[in-house]
Design a binder for this molecule. Structure first.
Ligand code: SAM
Length: 336
């Protein structure tokens, strides 16, 4: 093989590196190595793996700087590998497990089939991802942790970068475990929150918000945002929700929000907004996942969000660029 084009060959190598990383996450190698170096055979015994196969993965992980060989056949966890531990703040273990979970792996591997058909190979095989999660509690738990971890930079950006003055009650539409809502409520002690999500997710949110001591300030509403959204509140947050749906579905959700909101209220769309140019951007990588996983799921540019909002009777009032490559798109009800 000639490594004549670095970008091409590094994209190919990324696949092998991700597979090694997934093995590290699945087998819990970082947790086993958390208290000091172990021999490969001992480590294999602890995580019920084949020692020879594990050694080869450890060699790749050492080349990636995630573990270090400390002596013959002994391995230690490095600082770079530490986020793979389950017990560290912002642990990436569940996120890696979720991205390598059977249905998402299948989705990425079958992107060519999705592109040929114009509809998601994942949906054809597993059904709508959110139905698949509802039927698989462990995968749903991983997805919830992945969403919460992935949102950490956006959340910091949102809390620091957006002025919530005047928002007394905030509805988090499709709020997941409530990680974004919790951070906004913590930063704004007078505010009350409402979290709408599917029933099985509400149970996860209940536990997560209780752990943050926010049970009394937050109403949990199981429901379907295609049918209705809790009415009469003055701000509605849609964080990483619209990018899962095609334009018509996204407009249905936004119309339900428009109908439910206080007439002087605002809609806050938190998404990674695609730049109009061809420079590398996180949104373009995320868009491959949206394409692979959801029928009609798509990242959008600012002007595309403006057009969606307008179809739903809303007017884009401003876009606030946040840390973590996300943006907050603020909209208000259009004048009739
Ligand atoms: C990509 S996650 C975003 C979670 C969270 N807002 C965030 O920013 O991390 C989309 C959320 O929409 C929820 N959802 C999907 N379909 C829904 C529906 N029909 N009604 C209500 N919530 C729904 C999912 O359960 C999931 O929690």
């Amino acid at each position: 093989m000639r490594h004549s084009d670095d970008l091409l060959w590094s994209a190919v190598a990324d696949l092998s590196r991700f597979a090694a990383l997934l093995t590290m996450a699945e087998l819990g190698l970082a947790d086993e190595l958390a208290h000091g170096p172990l021999g490969a055979a001992d480590l294999a015994g602890r995580c019920e793996a084949d020692p020879d196969a594990l050694r080869r993965v450890l060699r790749e992980l050492a080349a990636m700087g995630l573990v270090r060989r400390t002596g013959d056949d002994r391995y230690d966890l490095t600082e770079r590998g530490t986020p793979l531990r389950s017990d560290v703040p912002g642990s990436l273990r569940s996120s890696i497990q979720m991205l390598g979970e059977e249905s998402l792996w299948y989705a990425m591997g079958n992107l060519p089939a999705t592109v040929r058909a114009g509809s998601s190979a994942l949906t054809a095989r597993y059904g709508l991802l959110y139905d698949h999660l509802a039927a698989n509690p462990e995968t749903s738990r991983l997805f919830g942790e992945y969403m919460a971890t992935r949102a950490i930079p956006f959340i910091e950006g949102l809390v620091k970068g957006y002025d919530f003055r005047g928002v007394h009650s905030l509805v988090d539409v499709g709020g997941g475990r409530g990680h974004v809502l919790a951070a906004v409520l913590e930063a704004n002690p007078e505010m009350r929150g409402v979290l709408l999500d599917r029933e099985h997710v509400i149970e996860q949110a209940r536990a997560a918000l209780a752990a943050e001591g926010l049970t009394d300030r937050c109403e949990l509403v199981p429901g379907d945002f295609f049918r209705s959204v809790p009415a009469g509140h003055d701000a509605y947050l849609l964080g990483s929700v619209l990018h899962n749906w095609d334009d018509d579905d996204a407009v249905t959700i936004l119309r339900n929000v428009r109908e439910a909101m206080d007439p002087a209220g605002r809609v806050l769309v938190l998404e990674v907004v695609l730049p109009e140019d061809d420079a590398p951007h996180l949104g373009k990588d995320l868009d491959m996942r949206m394409l692979a996983v959801f029928d009609g799921g798509t990242e959008r540019s600012g002007s595309e969000y403006g057009a969606l909002l307008s179809r739903a009777g809303l007017t884009l009032s401003r876009v606030v660029e946040l840390e973590g490559a996300a943006s907050l798109i603020e909209a208000v009800a259009s004048a009739d």
